[in-house]
Design a protein around this ligand. Structure first.
Ligand SMILES: C[S@@+](CC[C@H](N)C(=O)[O-])C[C@H]1O[C@@H](n2cnc3c(N)ncnc32)[C@H](O)[C@@H]1O
Length: 215
């Protein structure tokens, strides 16, 4: 069984994992994202679309939100649960069917450890982000918690892990991103970085961003 089959197999029961505590943590994570109304968002590894209602609330009804997953059954359920106001994309994150410079924000929630080629995937995310766009890798657990959880599962996800901060920063930099920032706490893990291009100063990007909201 490969990872794709593994996730297809779990699609039916996936939403049982959404507890009140997880909802609280998701809200907290999204406050850190600094999303603003009107932004175009990509939710990579959307699964059954757990994040979608929260993203919609953050960016408003006029924004485009794409929900991407390579597991057919997950995308099917995401569409069934969340309806037509999202664009559902059945694709691998290594080959995102979007133009260059398209998204303001790309979120990888509970998916980064499963990317078979993390550098290639980050480079692809860099391609589809607009200049000053932000990528956010997030989990509603600490890095240690996620890695220990995967380790208790069977193949093919048993060895899927979030790299330590210094490797994560290297991966961001090697894919072109700037100002990598990593928060690892008991209740969440957030690693984010900005797409800066030659023509644009990091400071310009930071001042353009929505201000992080307090917890
Ligand atoms: C652990 S689940 C998380 C789902 C959802 N984000 C959530 O929090 O409920 C990971 C999801 O990422 C998808 N996935 C893993 N690797 C992927 C890739 N390379 N491209 C697209 N989707 C991927 C899986 O199919 C699965 O639905």
């Amino acid at each position: 069984m490969d990872r794709n089959d593994f996730f297809d197999l779990h699609a039916k029961t996936w939403n049982n994992q959404l507890t009140c505590e997880k909802t609280k943590r998701i809200k907290k994570i999204l406050k850190h994202a600094g999303l603003t109304p009107g932004q175009t968002i990509l939710d990579i590894g959307t699964g059954t679309g757990v994040l979608l209602p929260f993203l919609r609330k953050a960016v408003g009804t006029k924004s485009k939100i794409w929900a991407l997953d390579y597991a057919k059954e997950m995308i099917k359920r995401a569409r069934k649960i969340n309806g037509k106001s999202f664009k559902y994309v059945h694709a691998d994150a290594q080959k995102i069917p979007a133009k260059n410079n398209f998204f303001d924000h790309v979120i990888c929630f509970s998916v980064f450890p499963h990317f078979s080629n993390k550098l290639k995937t980050l480079k692809e995310i860099y391609r589809v982000l607009k200049p000053c766009g932000r990528v956010m890798v997030a989990h509603s657990e600490s890095r240690q918690g996620i890695n220990a959880f995967h380790n208790k599962l069977s193949a093919p996800v048993k060895h899927d892990a979030l790299p330590p901060a210094h490797i994560m920063k290297k991966l961001f930099k090697a894919s072109g991103f700037h100002v990598p920032n990593i928060h690892n706490t008991k209740t969440h893990y957030i690693a984010s970085a900005i797409k800066k291009t030659k023509k644009i100063q990091v400071q310009t990007c930071l001042s353009k961003e929505g201000k992080e909201q307090p917890d």
